[in-house]
Structure formats: C-alpha cells, structure tokens
Design a protein around this ligand. Structure first.
Ligand SMILES: *Cc1c(COP(=O)(O)O)cnc(C)c1O
Length: 454
C-alpha cells in the first residue's frame, strides 16, 4: 500500500500513527536478488551493494531524478549516496542528459582521438592546477593503478606507502592488510594477491606523520610513491589533522617520493579543485573518478609534466584503453564539470546544507544521550556510532556496527537511503533543499530511537 505513495507523504502518514516504521514492499527487489544470486557472485556487481554489513536484501533501483530514487517496487527514497559521489547535482540533471543525447548522434565509440578529450583535459587542468598533463581512463581503480606504475617508472623504485583505511580501488597493490605493522612487510588482504606484490606495499596509520616518516627512513631510497585520500571517505569520513598534509608533502619532497592524492572521491566535490584546493597543498600526481564522469564510467590521472611524460607514447610506461576518452562519457563529464566550474557558489550551498545535517544529527544524538561522533568536510559526512573522536581506522573500528545496521534499516524504511555500511561516507547533492534536510532530521531522530530502543 505504501509503495504507491511518495516517501514524504508516507512519512507523514506513519508519523501520525506510531514510531514504528511502515513496511516497505520489496517483492520485486527480493525476486530480482534471488535470481541475481544464481548468476552473479553474491548477486551484485560490487560487494557493498549486497547490504551484508547491515542485514536485509539490497534494493534494486529503477530510476532517479534530483534528490529522489525510485526502486523497482515503486518506493521512493531520499538519496544520500548519489552513486557514491558522482551525482553532485542530484540525479539525471537535464544539462548532462542533453549533452549525452547530443553526443549519441555522433556514434558511441571510435577508438580514435576526439575533440572532447582535448576540451576535457583543458577543463581538468583549469580546475585542478597541480595537473599539467592528464590521461583519461575508465574507472578510479584504473587511475590509481596507472598512477603508481608511472611513479615507479619515474623514480625507478618499487615500494609504495598507503594508509590504513584508505581505499584506492581493487588493484593488487592496494589490497594489503590495513592492520599490518608499519615497518613490517604487508600481507595480502585478498586471496589472489601474491606476497610478491604485497611486500612492495607499506602501510601506516592515517593522521600519524611520525609513523610515515619512520617507514620512509626504514626504506630509504626504495619508496616510489606515497598515496592517500587527502580527506578519507572510505573508513567513513575522516579529516586530516592540522598540518598533516603539509607534513607529508615535506616528507615526500625531502626524500624524492611522488606524492599522489587520490581524489577519486574528493575531486570536484570539496571544492572545484578538490581537497588540494581546500587545504592548499600541491601533490605531484592526482587521481580522479566519480564526479568526473557525471555518472558515466570515467577516471583520470595526471600531475607534473615531467612525471606524466613518462606515459606511453610520450615515454616508456605503458598504459592504454580501448574505450578511454569515450565520446559519450566525455560529453557527460564535460557538461557536469563545466557547470561546477561556472558555479563556485554551489560549494558554499553544499557546505551549508551538509553542516545543517551534521549539526542536526549531532544534536539529536546528544538529546538521546548517545553522543555519537559526526565527522563532516564540505558535502561529505559520516555518523560514527561511537562517542570517541574518529581520526584513523583504529578509532573508526570502535563503532557499534550492530546499532548502525538497525539505524540503517530504520532509515531505509522511512525512505532515507544511506550507505549500507558504517565505514562509508555520505554524499550530499545540490538537490537536497532545506526542507529535505528537515525530512532527513525527523527521520534520523526516530530511527536513532528505534535503533536503540529509546
Ligand atoms: C571509489 C574510489 C576508488 C575506486 O574507483 P572505482 O571507479 O570504483 O574503480 C579509488 N579511490 C577512491 C578514493 C575511491 O573513493
């Protein structure tokens, strides 16, 4: 009965009844999931979509516009994932749809250079000035894999440093146990990653400059690159502490290490020029994805000219892609990036909206005696189910994931679509109005109470 009604109305309806969430009808989603499990590992094409961290079955989506998702059973949800970031203007903005429709008329792929690739490169360089040359790829994973290959080729060194809790896609070198000791060799985090690969990845805790320095000194002359999310979105949202990024910048400069900012998530989101603009730090290389394609599969890596000129055919480091710079994907990307470039004021708007959400959530938690930690930077935020500050992975892991799962389900049933895991960031789009913030906060209060039996 509820699935025919908008989430807003649905919400008002049950408000007047009780604090118990209305039952979603998920018959079609459940049926599709059952079928999917026969044909696709775990029923999904990317693991977090399976809802394993929160219980229940995934919701299959049908369509979306602006702030709202509609699933295959006709339920509507206010979206705080936004395709894990790309839909910063909300879903299906006309300016992107129109650009794609126009591009489609000229065919879908050539495997030859096109005008849009040049325009896109120029646009990326304008928005992210540390990038002097850039190569387009098809995903964030490809961007980070390629970037470390280039850094290794450039320096002639083998090892890389990564930070516990940072995610850089599923390339072998990055799937290394986050908990392994900083000075010991990494152990593979996934079957299929060889120890040979793992021993070249050194891991250190985030927000601990001394730990990074120790590892660099213990491996003097062997470290090609230090790669990190300048603002981490993949252990939940964790911000860099004052001076931390500058400290890493200095460390890399001193030791001839290529500093790579993985801005696949933060690029074009925290500012037009990403986290590096927000914090005023210039990395040697940057990886991009998510927003850059406006919802189409696009990634990019770029940086200093002398480093990027190592890439074939200018240099000897090989990297290629049959569909790279695809005409439809670049049309979508250019349309969305151009809009962001021309509307810098939207970053203030996003920041204001998200600050209201974060402050409101904090206040609700305080009123309920929960005192949970809410981290926010610009239009990204996370509610950690712990009353301790969260500045690294170890602290993030103090969270009560059972309670988070109950909260997630209570929110879903109130028509609020959150990331289905504690250790993920939430993304706010420009389609979230003040009124929708109120909708979120009312649901949040009830869901927090329901999740804790208050
Ligand atoms: C999402 C993400 C990636 C991987 O990008 P895919 O397009 O999923 O391959 C890499 N790094 C960061 C920081 C990300 O958030």
């Amino acid at each position: 009965m509820f699935n025919a009604v908008g989430a807003c109305q649905r919400y008002l309806l049950f408000m007047s009844e009780s604090l118990t969430a209305p039952d979603l009808t998920l018959t079609t989603s459940d049926a599709l999931f059952t079928r999917a499990k026969d044909h696709i590992p775990g029923g999904v094409n990317s693991p977090v979509r399976a809802f394993r961290a929160v219980g229940g079955h995934p919701v299959f989506m049908q369509s979306a516009k602006g702030a709202w998702l509609t699933d295959v059973d006709g339920n509507r949800y206010l979206d705080f994932i936004n395709s894990w970031g790309p839909m910063i203007l909300g879903h299906a903005p006309d300016l992107v749809l129109n650009a794609v429709q126009e591009a489609i008329q000229g065919s879908l792929s050539f495997g030859a250079p096109t005008r849009r690739e040049v325009e896109m490169a120029e646009l990326i360089k304008q928005m992210v000035p540390s990038i002097e040359k850039v190569r387009l790829v098809n995903s964030g994973t490809e961007a980070t894999m390629s970037a470390i290959r280039v850094a290794r080729g450039y320096t002639g060194r083998n090892k890389i440093i990564k930070f516990e809790g940072c995610y850089h896609g599923h390339g072998d070198s990055f799937l290394i146990a986050a908990g392994s000791g900083a000075l010991t060799l990494g152990a593979p985090d996934s079957p299929g990653v060889t120890e040979g690969v793992a021993q070249d990845t050194l891991t250190v805790p985030y927000n601990d400059r001394a730990a990074a320095e120790q590892v660099v000194l213990a491996n003097e002359g062997q470290v090609a690159a230090l790669i990190l999310e300048p603002v981490v979105g993949n252990m939940g949202l964790v911000a860099p502490q004052e001076g931390y990024l500058q400290g890493l910048r200095d460390l890399c400069t001193q030791h001839g290490i290529v500093l790579i900012f993985d801005e696949v998530m933060t690029g074009f989101r925290l500012a037009r020029g990403g986290a590096q603009e927000l914090y005023g730090i210039t990395p040697d290389m940057t990886t991009l994805g998510k927003i850059i394609g406006g919802g189409m599969p696009v990634g990019a890596y770029g940086g200093r000219k002398d480093i990027m000129d190592q890439v074939a055919p200018a240099g000897k480091v090989y990297q290629a892609g049959t569909l790279s710079g695809n005409p439809i994907a670049t049309a979508a990307g250019i349309a969305q990036l151009t809009y962001l470039q021309e509307h810098p004021e939207l970053y203030d708007q996003l920041n204001r909206t998200t600050t209201r959400i974060a402050d409101g959530t904090r206040q609700i938690c305080q009123e309920l005696g929960l005192n949970y930690t809410v981290n926010q930077v610009g239009s990204m935020f996370s509610v950690f189910f712990t009353d301790k500050p969260v500045t690294n992975l170890e602290e993030a892991k103090q969270s009560d994931t059972e309670a988070f799962g109950r909260y997630f389900r209570a929110m879903l049933h109130r028509g609020i679509y959150l990331a289905p895991a504690q250790y993920e960031a939430l993304f706010v789009s420009t389609a979230i109005t003040d009124e929708l913030v109120d909708t979120y906060l009312t649901a949040c209060r009830e869901a927090m109470r329901e999740a804790h039996g208050l």
